[in-house]
Design a protein. Structure first.
Length: 302
């Protein structure tokens, strides 16, 4: 529903603002002559807080330009907010100004990284206190801001000792409850690690981190060799090996704050008939630990 609202708003606003722009193929300017509405550019904003200093700009737009500055008050709707002003976030100002000749002004918000837990589900609601004749009833004058703790990506946080829990272990490695292994940065591929002996000795796995969108910290894995069928099943099937790939039907992701990855993997045996070659799809949770924790697990037999 939120995406539908965003699409409708983006479409309508682009149509309205297009009238303000000069049409290069026309000999004269055309201006929008409809109502002068003031509203938030979106009904929902996501704010990923990575430190205590960065500000986020929440755009407030007007459908018409004016030859004077316009300032409207911004109010926090406490009854519909669970994030606490002054603790989890703060507004730079309780008003927003759209300058003369412009269509956009910004409400500036700062988050407090140290006061937000990675498991918190926080948000607050803002309302514009705008004159009645500038309110567009279709969209109203409010916006919800979702506050989320985020951490800057550092590939070195995903190197060193790690523990692997997996539904594959439960199904095919009855003598184990988890695995202790080790990872390092891939010297050839950017934002990629190599997990050594991922499930079976001598068979490493490469995992690539997507770092382009802080709101979607995803991981990717190309198809590669997982293990010999003899090691996994005690006999030869197909061409003798199991291949692994990451299915697109499920979301595999990482957390820089918590230093773990959550991964789906699908296994199959090349050389087997199509209806018989799939081993299954399994879920892996890999968490990086300290050297001291790893040494303790080694003493326990891992």
């Amino acid at each position: 529903m939120r995406n539908i609202i965003r699409y409708k708003f983006a479409h309508l606003l682009s149509v309205l603002l297009a009238f303000v722009a000069f049409l290069g193929c026309e000999p004269e300017y055309t201006t929008y002559g409809g109502p002068n509405y003031i509203l938030f550019s979106d009904t929902v904003y996501e704010m990923a807080v990575v430190d205590d200093t960065a500000y986020f700009d929440l755009p407030v737009v007007a459908t018409r330009t004016c030859d004077y500055d316009r300032t409207v008050a911004v109010e926090i709707v406490d009854a519909e907010s669970n994030a606490i002003e002054g603790k989890h976030y703060s507004l730079e100002s309780n008003s927003v100004t759209i300058k003369a000749g412009e269509n956009v002004g910004n409400v500036r918000v700062r988050g407090y990284h140290s006061n937000i837990d990675v498991y918190d589900s926080l948000g607050f609601k803002l309302q514009l206190i705008a004159p009645e004749n500038t309110r567009w009833d279709i969209y109203g004058t409010t916006a919800n801001v979702l506050v989320k703790k985020a951490c800057t990506f550092d590939i070195n946080a995903f190197t060193g000792y790690c523990v692997v829990n997996s539904t594959y272990i439960i199904n095919y490695m009855a003598d184990k409850d988890m695995l202790l292994t080790y990872s390092e940065v891939d010297p050839e591929e950017e934002n990629t690690i190599i997990i050594r002996d991922y499930f079976y000795k001598g068979y490493d796995i490469k995992i690539r981190f997507r770092v382009d969108d802080i709101y979607n910290p995803l991981i990717e894995m190309d198809e590669q060799r997982f293990a010999p069928t003899a090691d996994a099943f005690g006999t030869l099937y197909g061409d003798g090996y199991i291949n692994v790939y990451q299915p697109t039907a499920y979301t595999s992701y990482y957390s820089s704050c918590e230093k773990f990855i959550f991964q789906y993997m699908t296994l199959y045996v090349p050389g087997m008939p199509a209806e018989q070659n799939t081993v299954g799809t399994f879920v892996n949770a890999v968490e990086w630990i300290s050297d001291d924790e790893a040494e303790k697990l080694k003493r326990e037999g891992y």
